[in-house]
Design a protein around this ligand. Structure first.
Ligand code: BG6
Length: 477
């Protein structure tokens, strides 16, 4: 049997993409509450004027305001996860529910209570929560006052937020993650770190500074977790961008190597306890001086994560040839060059199950720590048939092939993998487009891209399939 007996099968969502109730029970406005949906979402996130206008005026449809109303429907949803046999459920906590402005004197009791109830519901069904402290959202006040993670002022605020959560949930949560896809802050500073960049020439400096500040906060969270909840495990989380040199030309290989290294330098700090030399040189060559405290390096060295988690959806190719670099693929926001050997999803994300085995081996070789796949799945348009049934065989095919790749990595390569949470186990708002129609779930939610629909939940064909996968511990695919 390939999968260990205690393998954690389950699914994942994030607070802002699911909960809704954006201003209920004392919650403050979050960064994700001021982003519109649609194809222009990424451009909007990168446009300082648009973000400022949204914060000031707040006009138009903001999909996260209601999302799928998980805040009021979590009992029904968790019961459905339990029906599939979930062992683990990954979600995040909305910082603005706990500290509405980020720097409030006291936490918001109603916000804390919501997560008490949520974790109690998980426990009732024997489901282990896996909780991200910060998944692409934070109180908008922290952007307005400090320009988000660009400022070190956020470090003690986050430390207090994290300690508040560890104290409160130390008996109900055993698995924590610090920041979702920390490397994405380099590409999407507002989404990942609440940072608005007015001068594009400042993007590298500010985003790398924001990441440094997040690394310090992440190490402090690890320290607090180990002290307050010593039995719990806390991990890092990176968007694993599996890439291949387009050709065997040494220049292409070297280019791919450099892209890969810059993708993992933040995880290097979290998992190995120090900035790698190549990252220091990169900063030096770019003329970027990161503001650091004398204690930062010691803090990194003493507070490494217990495990490394990652998201994996697709792979891309890398080339130095301008004739080839024109053919782009979309991928998980950063994209790359289209690989002619792979097929793409409807959103242009290239489907590559072997890339998952390659990534598992690569990360295990690099960090020699237990791994956790906390996001994987296929975003697709699901069209219910006349009888209402959604026969999402394309999703089943995608997941089956990726699970086979995990199996091979465990069985044949000896990778230590703790668990697997498919992304968007129930349909939620897409992070990159704000659409509802980009669906990942085993459970269909009746809601469209403009916010119409009854929010009724129904089981797709993949629901029964995944239930059987879990019941047989990955034997029946
Ligand atoms: C990851 C994020 O990058 O990809 C999720 O952590 C996100 O929040 C997921 O939803 C899938 O991306 P998208 O844009 O299809 O929702």
């Amino acid at each position: 049997m390939a999968f260990p007996k205690k393998f954690l099968w389950g699914g994942a969502i994030a607070a802002h993409q699911a909960e809704g109730a954006y201003c209920e029970d004392g919650k403050g406005l979050s960064t994700c509450d001021v982003i519109h949906g649609g194809k222009g979402r990424i451009a909007e996130i990168l446009d300082p004027k648009a973000i400022r206008a949204n914060i000031e005026k707040g006009e138009g449809y903001f999909p996260e305001h209601i999302a799928i109303d998980f805040y009021h429907r979590y009992k029904e949803d968790i019961a459905l996860f339990a029906e599939m046999g979930f062992k683990v459920f990954r979600t995040s906590i909305s910082w603005a529910r706990i500290f509405p402005n980020g720097d409030d004197a006291q936490p918001n009791e109603a916000g804390l209570k919501f997560y008490d109830n949520l974790f109690a519901e998980c426990a009732k069904h024997g489901i282990e929560p896996l909780v991200t402290l910060s998944h692409w959202e934070m109180p908008i006040t922290l952007t307005a006052k400090y320009n988000g993670w660009a400022s070190r002022a956020l470090i003690p605020l986050f430390e207090r937020y994290a300690a508040t959560l560890f104290e409160r949930y130390k008996n109900s949560v055993n698995y924590w993650l610090t920041f979702n896809e920390i490397n994405m802050t380099l590409h999407m500073p507002f989404l990942g770190g609440g940072v608005i960049i007015d001068n594009p020439a400042d993007k590298d400096r500010l985003s790398m500074q924001a990441c440094h500040n997040m690394l310090v906060a992440s190490a402090l969270a690890v320290k607090a977790c180990h002290k307050i909840a010593p039995a719990a495990k806390i991990g890092s989380m990176v968007a694993a961008a599996c890439s291949y040199p387009y050709t065997c030309k040494p220049e292409d290989v070297w280019e791919q190597k450099n892209i890969e290294r810059m993708n993992y330098y933040l995880t290097d700090v979290q998992a190995r306890g120090a900035y790698p030399e190549y990252a220091k040189k990169h900063l030096e060559h770019k003329g970027i001086k990161i503001e650091m405290d004398a204690q930062d390096e010691k803090l990194f060295a003493e507070n490494c994560v217990d495990f490394v988690s990652f998201s994996y959806y697709s792979s891309c190719a890398v080339s130095t040839d301008p004739a080839i670099t024109g053919v782009k693929t979309s991928g998980n926001i950063f994209g790359g060059i289209q690989n002619p050997h792979l097929k793409s999803s409807e959103w242009g994300w290239q489907i590559d199950p072997l890339g998952l085995r390659i990534t598992l081996n690569y990360l295990y070789d690099r960090y020699q720590k237990p791994l956790f796949i906390v996001e994987n799945g296929l975003g697709a348009k699901d069209i219910p048939a006349a009888d209402g049934i959604i026969a999402d065989d394309y999703r089943i095919d995608y997941l089956r092939e990726h699970i086979k790749a995990m199996k091979a990595a465990i069985e044949e390569d000896g990778v230590e993998l703790w668990g697997y949470t498919t992304w968007g186990c129930i349909d939620i708002i897409s992070a990159s487009t704000g659409e509802m129609s980009k669906r990942y779930g085993f459970i269909y939610v009746d809601r469209d891209d403009s916010g119409n629909g009854s929010l009724t939940r129904s089981r797709k064909k993949s629901f029964a399939w995944y239930r059987d996968v879990i019941a047989t511990n990955g034997e029946q695919l």
